[in-house]
Design a protein around this ligand. Structure first.
Ligand code: ADP
Ligand code: MG
Length: 684
C-alpha cells in the first residue's frame, strides 16, 4: 500500500480548485490526472521579461513589463481588432490590441485614465507600437509580478495562466519528504531537496533542480529493476536440460545465423541453472528471434516441463501461435492459444490441458497469467515485449509462485546502450546483431505532402499490379482518440478511390473486427491496410511490399524503423514512402534523411539519440521511446550511470529497504509508480 504521506500527491486532479468536467479532457490529454502529475508537469522553457519605464527603452520583439495609462478605445469595422491606445510616462503611445470578442473584457481591464502594469511582447504595426493580447494586465498597485514565466506544454482548452495556477496549487500539496539521494552526491552536485527542486523547476531555468528531479526518476527506475532482479535471484527455478530429441526434429528451411546460435547457447546455459534465467533477447526486426524462442521452448518441453509465450496483443499472440505451431509441427508437441477472448468450453479445455500438462506450450496475451490459470509445471516464460514499455511490470507476472520460471524477454527495439540499461537494468542480454542472409533492402524515400496525388497514383498502380500495401496514419498527438479520427478520415478517402480493397485497423476495434480485417489482408482479399501504429510490432505479411507513412516527422525513428520493418519480408523489392510536412526543422530533416540512408536499427537508434539529445536546453519530454517522463534523453545519458551505481550501492547496503534511506527510497518508488519493486520486497 502506498505510504499515507503520499496520499495528498495522488489525489485526483479535480480536487484542485477550478478543475471541473470542462477541464478534465484537456488535462487528461496532457497526462494530468493526479496532483503529482501537475507537480511534475515541468515547463518547456521560460519567457524572460524586462521591466522598462519608457517605451523608448524597449525594442520591438522584446518581452516587457511596463506601466501604461489607457487613453482611448478604438473599435474597428467588421471583424477587425479592438484597440486600446495607452501612453507611457514619457507620453509615447502604444496600442493594446485584442482580436475576437474581447472588447468588453478589455474595457473592463483597462479603464481610461487608470494606470496599469502591462506584460507582453512589443510589436510594430505600421507606424504604431503595439502589444497583441497582453499576457498580463494588473492594477498599478499590484507590483510588477514575475519577470520570468514558465511556458508549459498545453493542449486545446487550456491557457498558460490556467495551467500555471493549477501547478502552483498542486505544489502547495507537496510536503518535504525524507531524502533518498546519497547526501554526498547531493552536496557534490549542489542539488536542492526534493520539494525545493520542484518549486524551482517551475520558477526558472534551474539546471540543478531539473537534474535532481530527473535523477530521482532514473534512480526509481534503476532501483525497481534491481528489486525485480534481486527477487528473481532469491527464487528457486528448475534447472532444465534437454536431450535434444525434439529440437532435432525441427526441419528448418534455413541454417541458423551465428548470432542465433550464440543466443541459443547462452539461453541453454542459463536454463541449466537453478537460478531462474532473466535474459533479454535483443534483435532488430527480422533478425529471427522467433526461432530462438522456439528452441528454448522445446528445450523446456524436452525436460518434461511447460513453456509459455506472452504477446502484447491478440493479433500478435495469434500470429506467434500460427508460426510456432507450423514450425513445431514435426516435433509433435501440443501447443495452444489462450487469449482473453476464449470463453466457455474451449477455454475450459485449455485450462484443463495446462493443469494436467497435456498442453506443453501455450501462446497468449496476459490472460495466460490470470489467477484462474494453473500450470502443471511451467518452467519457461518468453515475453515478447511491446517496445514502448519497460519490461519490469511484465516480469512481475512471472515472479508469482514458489518456483519461478526461467524468463526470456524479446525486444525488437534496437535501443542505444545507455537506454538498454534504463529499460532492462540488470538483465543479461543476448544480441542478434546479424541478419539472416538474403534480405532485400527497402527503397526508402522522403516525399513532400504536396505530392499526395502522385503517391496515391503510385499506390493505385501498386495495387492494380496485384501487390499489397500498408498506409500508416499520423500520430496526431499520441492520443488515441485523435489518432483514430485521422485514421478513419484517411480510410474513408482511400475507400472512395479503391473501394473494397481497403481495410482499416486500429486499436479501438473489437478483437473480432481486428482479426477479420487482418485476415482479409493476409489472404489478399484486401490489398491496402490503413492502420494506426497498432501494426508496428510483429505483423508479418510477406506479400506487402509498399508502406506509406503519413507525417513521418512526428514519429520516433525507432518507431519508423519498426513500421518499415513490416515490408521487405518477401522475395520482391519493397518501398517505403515517408510523407513529410512542408515545414520541417533542420533536425527533423536530418532524422528523415537517416531513415533513407540506413536500415541498421542500432545505428538509427544511436544517431537519433545524438540528433535529439544535442541542442536541448531544458528537457524535451520523451513519452515515446523511453520509460521516462521527467528525464530528457540528454539527462538519461548523463545521469543514468550515476543513478544506476547509486541504486546498486543502496541495494548492497540495505536490500530490504528498511533503513532510513531505504524507507525514503520506498517513497520514491511510489512517487514514480515503480512500486511493483516494493511489492516484490514484501512477497519475497
Ligand atoms: P523477428 O521476430 O526477430 O522480427 P522472425 O523470427 O519473425 O524475426 O524472423 C523473420 C523471418 O526470417 C522469418 O520468416 C524467419 O523464418 C526467417 N529466418 C529466421 N532465421 C533465419 C535464418 N537463420 N536464415 C534465414 N531466414 C531466417
Ligand atoms: Mg517477432
Amino acid at each position: 500500500m502506498r505510504p499515507e504521506r503520499l496520499n495528498p500527491l495522488f489525489a485526483a486532479a479535480d480536487s484542485l480548485k477550478g478543475v471541473g468536467p470542462n477541464l478534465s479532457r484537456p488535462l487528461e490529454r496532457l497526462g494530468l490526472s493526479r496532483i503529482r502529475d501537475f507537480a511534475y508537469h515541468l515547463p518547456d522553457r521560460f519567457v524572460q521579461r524586462r521591466a522598462v519605464s519608457d517605451l523608448d527603452e524597449a525594442s520591438v520583439g522584446e518581452n516587457i513589463v511596463i506601466s501604461l495609462t489607457p487613453l482611448e478605445y478604438r473599435s474597428s469595422a467588421g471583424r477587425g481588432p479592438f484597440r486600446v491606445l495607452a501612453s507611457d510616462a514619457a507620453g509615447n503611445v502604444c496600442a493594446l490590441t485584442y482580436f475576437g470578442r474581447n472588447a468588453g473584457w478589455a474595457r473592463k481591464q483597462l479603464p481610461l485614465g487608470e494606470k496599469r502594469w502591462i506584460a507582453g511582447r512589443l510589436d510594430q504595426f505600421g507606424q504604431m507600437l503595439q502589444i497583441v493580447h497582453p499576457d498580463h494586465v494588473e492594477p498599478a498597485g499590484a507590483g510588477l509580478g514575475q519577470l520570468c514565466e514558465p511556458v508549459y506544454p498545453l493542449s486545446d482548452g487550456l491557457t498558460q495562466g490556467r495551467i500555471a495556477a493549477l501547478v502552483q496549487q498542486a505544489l502547495g500539496h507537496a510536503e518535504d519528504l525524507p531524502e533518498w539521494i546519497e547526501p554526498t552526491l547531493l552536496e557534490r552536485e549542489g542539488w536542492p531537496k526534493w520539494r525545493e527542486a520542484l518549486i524551482e523547476a517551475h520558477r526558472g531555468e534551474h539546471a540543478a533542480a531539473r537534474d535532481r528531479l530527473a535523477y530521482d526518476e532514473l534512480l526509481a527506475n534503476s532501483l525497481a529493476l534491481m528489486l525485480v532482479r534481486g527477487a528473481n535471484r532469491a527464487k528457486v527455478g528448475t534447472p532444465l536440460t534437454g536431450d535434444g530429441h525434439l529440437r532435432t526434429k525441427l526441419h528448418l528451411p534455413f541454417a541458423l545465423t551465428g548470432a542465433q546460435r550464440r543466443a541459443i547457447a547462452e539461453i541453454e546455459g542459463d536454463m541449466a541453472q537453478s537460478a531462474p534465467m532473466l535474459r533479454l533477447l535483443q534483435g532488430d526486426v527480422g533478425s529471427g528471434k522467433t526461432v530462438v524462442a522456439l528452441e528454448a521452448m522445446l528445450l523446456a518441453v524436452e525436460a518434461g516441463t511447460q513453456a509459455a509465450l506472452l504477446a502484447p496483443t491478440e493479433i500478435l499472440a495469434r500470429q506467434h501461435f500460427e508460426t510456432l505451431r507450423r514450425m513445431a509441427a514435426p516435433t509433435g508437441t501440443t501447443i495452444a492459444l489462450l487469449t482473453g477472448r476464449d470463453k466457455g468450453r474451449a477455454r475450459e479445455s485449455i485450462l484443463m490441458g495446462l493443469m494436467d500438462g497435456s498442453i506443453q506450450m501455450v501462446v497468449g496475451t496476459h490472460a495466460i497469467f490470470q489467477d484462474t490459470v494453473n500450470y502443471r509445471n511451467l518452467a519457461l516464460v518468453v515475453i515478447d515485449e511491446q517496445h514502448r514499455f519497460g519490461v519490469g511490470q511484465r516480469l512481475m507476472l512471472t515472479q508469482k509462485g514458489k518456483r519461478t520460471p526461467h524468463c526470456l524477454a524479446m525486444t525488437a527495439t534496437p535501443i542505444p546502450r545507455t537506454l538498454t540499461l534504463a529499460q532492462y537494468g540488470e538483465m543479461d542480454v543476448s544480441r542478434l546483431d546479424e541478419m539472416p542472409p538474403g534480405r532485400q533492402p527497402i527503397d526508402t524515400r522522403v516525399v513532400a505532402i504536396e505530392r499526395m496525388d502522385d503517391v496515391i497514383g503510385a499506390l493505385g498502380r501498386h495495387i492494380e499490379s496485384g501487390h499489397r500495401a500498408y498506409w500508416v496514419c499520423p500520430m496526431v498527438r499520441e492520443n488515441e482518440v485523435d489518432d483514430l479520427a485521422a485514421a478513419e478520415a484517411r480510410f474513408e478517402a482511400l475507400r472512395v478511390r479503391f473501394g473494397a480493397a481497403v481495410e482499416l485497423l486500429h486499436g479501438q476495434m473489437k478483437p473480432e473486427a481486428k482479426d477479420a480485417a487482418m485476415e482479409r489482408f493476409v489472404r489478399g482479399e484486401a490489398q491496402l491496410l490503413v492502420a494506426t501504429t497498432v501494426i508496428e510490432v510483429g505483423v508479418d505479411v510477406p506479400e506487402a511490399t509498399l508502406m506509406v507513412i503519413e507525417q513521418a516527422e512526428r514519429f520516433g525513428l525507432a518507431q519508423l524503423h519498426q513500421l518499415r520493418g513490416r515490408v521487405g519480408r518477401g522475395e520482391d523489392n519493397s518501398t517505403c514512402l515517408l510523407l513529410r510536412s512542408d515545414m520541417l526543422s533542420e533536425t527533423a530533416r536530418r532524422r528523415l534523411a537517416l531513415m533513407r540512408e540506413t536500415q541498421d536499427g542500432f545505428r538509427i537508434a544511436e544517431e537519433d539519440l545524438e540528433l535529439r539529445g544535442g541542442g536541448e536546453l531544458l528537457g524535451t519530454r520523451q513519452s515515446g521511446d523511453t520509460p521516462f517522463r521527467v528525464a530528457s534523453l540528454e539527462q538519461i545519458q548523463r545521469l543514468l550511470p550515476l543513478a544506476h551505481d547509486d541504486a546498486r550501492l543502496l541495494m548492497e547496503r540495505d536490500g530490504g529497504l528498511t533503513g532510513e534511506r531505504g524507507e525514503a527510497a520506498r517513497l520514491l518508488l511510489y512517487l514514480f509508480e515503480r512500486d511493483y519493486g516494493v511489492q516484490l520486497l514484501r512477497g519475497g
